[in-house]
Design a binder for this molecule. Structure first.
Ligand code: ZN
Length: 525
């Protein structure tokens, strides 16, 4: 039997006892007035107590039943009821339609059954969602990424037990950790506002090796017993910058013995990414080498590698051809011209398109006996190497302008980037075709075999000076690459010293003319 039923019985019992005692007292009422008063008081007290018992409504505490986790499977606890000085949840029922799988506020009625009737109270039940969605990252949480490549999201998913797929609601933000590395923050909220956050570390690494560019030809032929001149190489790393000084050169050429020799150029960047380039040197008997040289000269000027010493009357061994690219500039070119004038040295200017100020300088170059040569109307690789036509119009346009300024028909050219450039790779084979084409149209082109580095690696005047001095050789025609563009003031200090060094060491200075044998690289494209 339930306790509450016992209570009901005791209530009935108390009522019955009160009636019996009341009747007994009434029976005694004839005896004395005192008992009469006592008896009536007792009856009244019992009646009041009984009425209270009968009329008392259960007090229902409703705050115990709200907020039930959705899909938890748990059912509403019957709330406690305070009734007849006791706390109980027996004979308590919850009435109402509640979907336990769905978040929401539901109206219910709490019903308490007592012996004296049924009592009900309105209340509310909240089915709530307090569980956060789950974010799953695909790919590594510590993501290593080459600085060269663009970040490619490996993917992510967000799922909420109640709201389903929330992937589209994920917000991804970026938080820099240092100059290179960053965290990607993935955040999502479900429909009830429960948040979830995940992080992916993106670590930027350098796994790109430096690029080694050989000075001179990658394939060389020299004659038996001739000296092999190491023309060196340049190395540039996108992160570390110029690494030319760190290049290790190994291998040797035995010029007393015919054969093929490999010179190996090796350099590593600060992250240990290594680049290796090989130069092939073949040592041949003179007659054979000459045959190769002359036969190729007639057909393909590109392979007539004039890095080798020239023969005959045009033999320009020990000559220094100073060449200045990318001018004229208002601040550098006049001072270069001043220096050349003072030293009585003639040079060659491979110029770009110029304005009226520049025209004065072009006229001065010409008037002072230098060679005005064509670099291009534009220097923009993406434009000029688009097609043969684009390149040809790039030189003819400037040629016409030079003619108008000076009366001189310039036919000496230098390809922007050199004939060995790789920047034209977007148009495969264009350099190989252009090298033939422009020669067939009566132009000559000149690359270089001594690089001052003044447009790249050289940081000071001393660097420029040393780069040139170390590249000079008495056994070749030295074509020295320099630049007279406006930001190149370090050239101005180096140039007089270079000329002094050359003159003091038995070199002669000449400008390039129409009869100067071409000094060319080998096209790489
Ligand atoms: Zn240039």
């Amino acid at each position: 039997m339930e306790i509450s039923n016992l209570i009901y019985l005791s209530e009935i019992g108390a009522f019955a006892i009160a009636c019996i005692v009341g009747c007994l007292i009434l029976a005694l009422k004839k005896k004395k007035g005192f008992f009469k008063v006592l008896g009536v008081s007792f009856i009244v007290l019992l009646a009041v107590l009984t009425t209270t018992f009968v009329l008392e409504r259960p007090s229902i505490k409703t705050d115990e039943i709200t907020n039930i986790e959705v899909k938890s499977g748990e059912k509403i606890n019957r709330p406690n009821v305070y009734y007849h000085f006791r706390k109980t949840n027996e004979n308590v029922r919850i009435k109402g339609n509640i979907d336990y799988d769905k978040v929401g506020e539901y109206d219910v009625e709490i019903e308490v059954q007592t012996l004296f009737g049924t009592y009900a109270k309105k209340s509310k039940v909240n089915i709530v969602d307090t569980k956060s969605p789950v974010i799953t990252l695909e790919g590594e949480e510590d993501f290593k990424q080459s600085y060269k490549e663009e970040y490619k999201e490996p993917g992510y998913k967000a799922y909420d037990e109640n709201d389903g797929n929330l992937t589209e609601k994920v917000i991804v933000s970026k938080e820099m950790v240092n100059e290179n590395d960053y965290n990607l923050i993935y955040e999502v909220q479900d429909l009830s506002g429960n948040e979830e956050k995940k992080e992916r570390k993106v670590i930027i690494i350098d796994n790109v090796p430096p690029v080694i560019t050989l000075n001179g030809n990658t394939d060389m032929t020299i004659f038996l017993n001739e000296k092999y001149e190491e023309s060196g190489a340049k190395a540039v790393d996108e992160i570390d910058g110029d690494l030319t000084e760190k290049i290790e050169i190994s291998g040797s050429v035995d010029t007393a013995k015919e054969g093929s020799y490999a010179i190996i150029y090796k350099v590593s960047d600060s992250k240990g990414n290594e680049a290796v380039v090989q130069r092939n040197v073949s040592v041949k008997k003179k007659e054979i080498a000459q045959q190769v040289n002359t036969s190729s000269k007639t057909n393909t000027p590109t392979s007539a590698s004039t890095v080798k010493p020239q023969n005959g009357s045009n033999g320009k061994k020990g000559v220094i051809y100073l060449t200045f690219d990318d001018g004229p500039s208002n601040n550098i070119t006049p001072r270069v011209l001043d220096i050349l004038k003072q030293k009585n040295v003639k040079a060659t200017f491979f110029i770009l398109n110029y304005n009226s100020e520049g025209e004065k300088l072009v006229k001065r170059e010409f008037a002072e006996g230098h060679t005005v040569a064509i670099h291009g109307y534009s220097h923009d690789y993406a434009t000029i190497y688009q097609s043969e036509d684009a390149y040809m119009s790039n030189i003819t346009k400037l040629q016409a302008k030079i003619k108008a300024s000076t009366g001189y028909n310039a036919t000496i050219t230098r390809f922007p980037g050199g004939s060995s450039n790789m920047v034209s790779k977007y148009n495969p084979g264009i350099m190989t075709r252009l090298c033939k084409l422009i020669v067939s149209k009566g132009y000559k082109y000149f690359d270089w075999n001594v690089s001052s580095g003044d447009a790249g690696g050289a940081k000071t005047s001393d660097d420029v000076y040393n780069n040139v001095i170390s590249g000079l050789s008495k056994s070749k025609a030295n074509v020295v690459l320099m630049h007279d563009f406006s930001s190149n003031s370090k050239l101005l200090d180096a140039l007089p010293r270079i000329i002094d060094y050359g003159l003091a060491n038995g070199y002669t200075f000449e400008r390039i003319t129409e009869s100067t044998p071409m000094v060319t690289h080998r096209p790489n494209n």
